[in-house]
Ligand binder design. Sequence first.
Ligand SMILES: CCCCCCCC(=O)SCCNC(=O)CCNC(=O)[C@H](O)C(C)(C)COP(=O)(O)OP(=O)(O)OC[C@H]1O[C@@H](n2cnc3c(N)ncnc32)[C@H](O)[C@@H]1OP(=O)(O)O
Length: 219
Amino acid sequence: MTAPPTETPFPETEEPDDQRTAIAALGHELRTLVDATVTTAAPTEILHRMADEVRGLTGQLTGRRRRRAEIPAVDEFPGGVRMYSPVTGLGSPLAPPLRVAPDGDGVVGHCTLGIAHEGPPGYVHGGMSAMLLDELMGWACYAAKSPAMTVSLGMRYRRPVPVETPLRVHARVTGTEDRKAFVTGSISTEETPSVPLVTADAVFVSPGPGRARALFPST
Ligand SMILES: CCCCCCCC(=O)SCCNC(=O)CCNC(=O)[C@H](O)C(C)(C)COP(=O)(O)OP(=O)(O)OC[C@H]1O[C@@H](n2cnc3c(N)ncnc32)[C@H](O)[C@@H]1OP(=O)(O)O
C-alpha cells in the first residue's frame, strides 16, 4: 500500500538554510534538465525512456503545501527570499533565476536567458522580458519602502534581446502619489549596458491594509 502524502514538504526539524540549499540544488538540476530538454536531438526511444524516468522521479516529490497563498516556511515575505519565484527563485525550474541587488536609487538584476525562454529564434520571448521587468520594478518599489502590486505595465520593445547572453535589468521608482508608485525599467546586455533593448513604465499600487489582509492571509 502506498503511504499517504505528508502534509508538509520538509520535517519541521530541518534547518531553513539546509532546506534552501537542497531546494536550490534541485532547482539548478531541473533548469539544466529543462535546457537539455528544449535543445536535445536525442532519438524518440531515449525521449520515451526519459519521460518514464522523469515520471518516476516526480513521484518521489511527496507532500504539498496545504492551501493557496500559503507562504513556504523557507520564504521571507514580503521583500525577502522567494525560493519558488518564477523570476528570482533558486528552487524554480522556470526562473532564469534573476539575481537582484541595490543600485544607486534603484535595483539591478542580472541573468542569462536560455533557449527555453526563446520567442523569435535566437531571441527572448517578449513575455519573458515583461516578466523580468515587472518583477524588478516590484523590487524597486520594495527598496523605496513602498511594497506594491502592478496595476499597469507598458512595454517598449526597441531591439530583440538575445538568448544565452548575460543581461542587465534595471528599475527605479521615479515618483509616488499616495499609494501609487511610478516606476521605470530597462533591459540591456551586460556588454553594452548603455543601449536599452527593452524599456518599461509601470504604475504600482500598495494595497490598503484591509485589502492586503484579504489578499495575503498568511502574513
Ligand atoms: C518584491 C518582489 C515583488 C514582485 C511582484 C511582481 C509584481 C506583480 O506581478 S504583482 C501581480 C500583478 N498585479 C496584480 O495582480 C494586482 C491586481 N490589482 C489589485 O489587486 C488591486 O488593484 C490593488 C490591490 C493593487 C489595489 O486595490 P485597492 O487597494 O482597492 O486600490 P484602488 O482603490 O483600486 O486604487 C488605488 C489607486 O490606484 C489607482 N489605480 C488603480 N489602477 C490603476 C491603473 N491601472 N493605472 C493607474 N492608476 C490606477 C486608483 O485610481 C487609485 O487612485 P486614487 O486613490 O487617486 O483614486
